[in-house]
Each structure stands twice: as C-alpha cells, then as structure tokens.
Design a protein around this ligand. Structure first.
Ligand code: AP5
Length: 193
C-alpha cells in the first residue's frame, strides 16, 4: 500500500501515520521529520532548511526530493509507505509521480484529513506548549496555513482528478479517526474495512 496523507498543519497526519504504520506493516515517512532530524544533526542540508522552516515556508523542492529519494530507497519502503508532508505543491507531485513510475510503484490512494481551522489552532497551541516546536508560534502557524492553502490544496485537487482522493473527517478520538482512514483505503488493502 502506497498512501499519501494530506491535510493542513495540525490536522493529525503524523499522529495517524504513527498509529497506522504497524496496522498496515509499512513505514511512516515524514519529510518534516526528516528535515527536523537534519536540523538537529546540523548537516549542511539542515543548516539550509532551518530558517526556511522557522519562517513557515517550504524548503526547496530539490532538497526535499533528494532526501525523499534516499529514504524511499531503503529496504523497508519496498512494500509500501505512508507518506506524510509530501507532495506539498504541484511540482513535488510531478516529481513523485516520475520517481514512482520509474520504480513501477504508483500511489494507491491519497487521504485528506479535514479539521476546522479553529481546532487546528488549538491543537498546535497544545503541541507548542508540550514540545516547543520552533515553527509552532502563532505567526509561523498563520504562514504555514497560508502556504498550505495556496500550494498544497491543489495537490488534493490533482489526486481527486486521478480518482485517488478520499476525504476523511479528522475530528474525534484518535482511534476513531484511524478507523475512518482504514475504511477509506481501497479494497484489497491489508486492513481496508
Ligand atoms: P511538517 O512536519 O510536515 O508539518 P505540517 O504539515 O505543518 O504538519 P504538522 O506536523 O504540524 O501536523 P500534522 O498534520 O502532522 O499533525 P500532528 O499529528 O502533529 O512540516 C514542517 C515544515 O517542514 C514545513 O513548514 C516546511 O518548512 C518543511 N517541509 C516539510 N515537508 C516539506 C516538503 N515536502 N517540501 C518543502 N518543505 C517541507 O498533530 C498536531 C497536534 O494535534 C499534536 O499535538 C497531536 O497530538 C494533536 N492531535 C492529532 N490528532 C488529534 C485528534 N484526533 N484529536 C486531538 N488532538 C489531536
């Protein structure tokens, strides 16, 4: 199963991917987590990405694609993956399709988590208090939501045109949202309801 999780910042993509990876037996690949690890490690890539992330902007397509290609080449991704945070604009969408076509492994489904913006602001404020993520400040969150609406919403439209988009209500208990996602997977998926 090759699954893309879409949704605004704070909609629960990372949380749900972590819950579903064991159930589906495939890894959770988050470009945000990969970038944050590079920032923590102080790699040249991380140094370039840090300020961009803290401003709520998108890191360059080239950097993120290189990082993703490396991750997808690892053995655990051969049977599929849950992709979280990528693709984030139409150029990344085209790059992903080219890459996966080369591997003969197209995306099966894109799940978009829908959560009202007031709840998103609440969730991110909660995470800011708990974890102190540098890009969870109110100004940066506003910018991330603006970038999402401008650049990432069209990605959902692209998957809809391909007939691969499923929209899932992301409000509710974690297990309840997980069940909705599993129920939206295409027939034949390991845990599709
Ligand atoms: P990234 O890490 O991808 O952040 P994001 O998309 O903004 O998403 P979040 O991590 O904020 O939210 P989420 O949807 O995963 O929600 P979560 O599960 O954490 O990207 C960060 C930055 O990296 C970008 O701004 C950009 O600079 C860069 N970047 C990343 N990918 C890139 C790319 N492809 N190209 C270019 N740049 C890229 O949940 C949020 C909170 O809500 C948590 O506290 C959680 O516990 C809580 N919660 C979750 N579900 C529920 C629920 N059902 N009920 C109550 N609380 C809940």
């Amino acid at each position: 199963m090759r699954l893309v999780l879409l949704g605004a910042p704070g909609s629960g993509k990372g949380t749900q991917a972590d819950l579903l990876k064991a159930e589906l037996g495939i890894p959770h690949i988050s470009t945000g987590d990969l970038l944050r690890a590079a920032v923590r490690a102080g790699t040249p890539l991380g140094l370039k990405a840090k300020a961009v992330m803290e401003a709520g902007q998108l890191v360059s397509d080239e950097i993120v694609l290189g990082m993703l290609e490396e991750r997808l080449a690892q053995a655990d991704a051969a049977a599929g993956f849950i992709l979280d945070g990528y693709p984030r604009n139409l150029a990344q969408c085209a790059a992903l399709e080219t890459l996966l076509a080369r591997l003969g492994q197209p995306i099966d489904v894109a799940i978009k988590l829908e959560v009202p913006s007031e709840l998103i602001v609440e969730r991110i404020a909660g995470r800011a208090a708990e974890q102190g993520r540098k890009d969870d400040t109110p100004e940066t969150v506003r910018e991330r939501l603006r970038v999402y609406a401008e650049q990432t919403e069209p990605v959902a439209g692209h998957f809809a045109q391909l007939g691969k988009l499923r929209v899932v209500d992301g409000v509710g208990e974690l297990a309840e949202v997980s069940q909705r996602i599993l129920g939206a997977l295409p027939a034949g998926a390991p845990s599709a309801a």
